[in-house]
Write a protein that binds this ligand. Structure first.
Ligand code: SF4
Length: 452
């Protein structure tokens, strides 16, 4: 009898890519493949690529070479963003068998009848549509705690530095009923936390439904314990979201709002459509309406023309406001983007120093935010155990907490008192009472009458 074929997967890039690799790997499992760890011998290796920076492109090429060096007979498919924009460079690498852009990547299984090596790669790069989409749900290989739920793809904003509108196409949204169906199945399967994902989720639109309709619909699903909005563009947040956060036990008090720069001059050059003042006013309103909210951001350093004064203004976003952390991105020139034509490229050494400084300020700021919660009670979802046997997880407002307790296990909601912050910047919690999901006081999320 013929042995089962084996497939392995490697993901580069964002949370959305991770969610999509999960879908692709499940489609292989459904067709009878064994899924093996990346690095183990496999008949097929799928690399889900990213092209957000030059480094991401280089990393993808490096991974391809690594796979082929170790297992030259493996059928190698590169899918996703770099496959979409950088197929010519990928084509030059001997040994790649299939290159699939974003429109077709979730159906890559249908493009591999027999995983036999090819002399030349086959390239599948269809035009990306603007049509609404649906996604299959596979009940296998689910995460045990947080699940990413994709609601949207693509972006129409055309920020001058960003390759995403070219790599992922224009904005399109998932059918409203399809989101509801998957969310209900996830909850049924025991998932406690759903994290919304997409490229620009605040621009969600399907028929007469917008982003807030999605949020209200999800909050009304009985049994969903947590709903987290991941990254959302500052100009797309409805003030009603803050009201829901303040009133709901389910909607997490956490927003990631990418500001990108603290300088209005640079924001204009980036073609961002808000001023620093507008952004900070919103942050202020959010903190007044939802006092325990954690707001994180993205800051880009080294954008063409960024002076020391501009950079100092970006630093002030972290030192003079309640923003709790920043993910730092070092500007990387992407061919075809508007910023590639802007004068005043920044020396790589300066970019590196600026990145280091934002990292330092972010750590400092996060510690200060966490410290405000010492002595307070937060609710933590247990995700994994560390070497000391403590359970690690996040509070509703995204504080990373380690909690010790012999009766704890994975995927439990546990109330704990924050006692201190350790040297790694993790909050140390002491459990209070029994884990919440062993008690019978489950709260209904919202009145179902509020479903849009
Ligand atoms: S909003 Fe985000 S994804 Fe869209 S173009 Fe701007 S940076 Fe890129």
């Amino acid at each position: 009898m013929r042995e089962k074929l084996r497939a392995s997967f490697y993901t580069l890039g964002c949370r959305l890519n991770q969610a999509e690799t999960g879908l692709i790997s499940n489609s292989f499992r459904e067709r009878g493949y064994d899924i093996v760890e990346f690095g183990e011998p496999a008949d097929v290796c799928i690399i889900n690529s990213c092209t957000v920076t030059e480094q991401a492109d280089a990393k993808c090429r490096q991974i391809v070479r690594q796979v082929l060096r170790k297992n030259p007979d493996t059928f190698v498919a590169v899918v996703g963003c770099y496959a979409q924009t950088g197929f010519e460079a990928l084509q030059q690498i001997e040994g790649i068998d299939l290159i699939v852009g974003n429109q077709d990547k979730l159906q890559v299984i249908d493009l591999i009848d027999e995983p036999a090596k090819r002399p030349e790669p086959r390239i599948v790069r269809s035009r990306m549509t603007r049509s609404p989409f649906t996604l299959p749900f596979y009940g296998t290989d689910l995460p045990t705690t947080r699940a990413n739920l994709k609601i949207q793809d693509g972006c129409d904003f055309m920020c001058s530095f960003c390759i995403i509108p070219f790599a992922r196409g224009r904005a399109r949204s998932r059918a409203f009923w399809d989101i509801q169906r998957e969310a209900m199945e996830l909850v049924e399967a025991g998932i406690k936390e759903i994290v919304l994902t997409g490229v620009n989720i605040g621009t969600y639109r399907f028929e007469d439904k917008g982003f807030m309709d999605v949020v209200r619909m999800l909050l009304a699903i009985p049994g969903l314990r947590r709903l987290r909005i991941s990254s959302i563009e500052p100009t797309t947040v409805d003030e009603e979201l803050l009201d829901l956060m303040a009133d709901s036990e389910v909607l997490c008090s956490h927003l990631h709002l990418p500001v990108q720069s603290g300088s209005d001059r640079i924001l204009k050059s980036m073609r961002r459509v808000y001023s620093v003042r507008e952004f900070l006013n919103f942050v202020d309103r959010a903190h007044r309406r939802v006092p325990d909210i954690l707001i994180g951001t993205d800051i880009m350093v080294g954008f063409p023309g960024e002076t020391e004064d501009d950079f100092a203004e970006s630093c002030r976003i972290l030192t003079d406001t309640p923003i709790a952390y920043a993910h730092v991105f070092t500007y990387s020139e992407r061919p075809g983007t508007a910023s590639a034509r802007i004068e005043g490229k920044i020396d790589p050494r300066i970019k590196k120093q600026r990145s280091k400084e934002i990292h330092r300020l972010s750590e400092q700021q996060k510690r200060a935010f966490y410290a405000q919660f010492i002595g307070k009670t937060v609710r933590v979802l247990t995700e994994e155990q560390d070497f000391d046997g403590r359970w690690l997880g996040f509070s509703d407002n995204y504080i990373r907490v380690a909690v010790a307790g012999s009766d704890l296990h994975e995927n439990q909601l546990v109330m704990c008192e924050i006692q201190s912050i350790d040297e790694k910047g993790i909050a140390i919690g002491r459990p209070i009472g029994r884990p919440e999901n062993e008690r019978s006081n489950r709260k209904t999320n919202l009145n179902p009458k509020t479903v849009a």
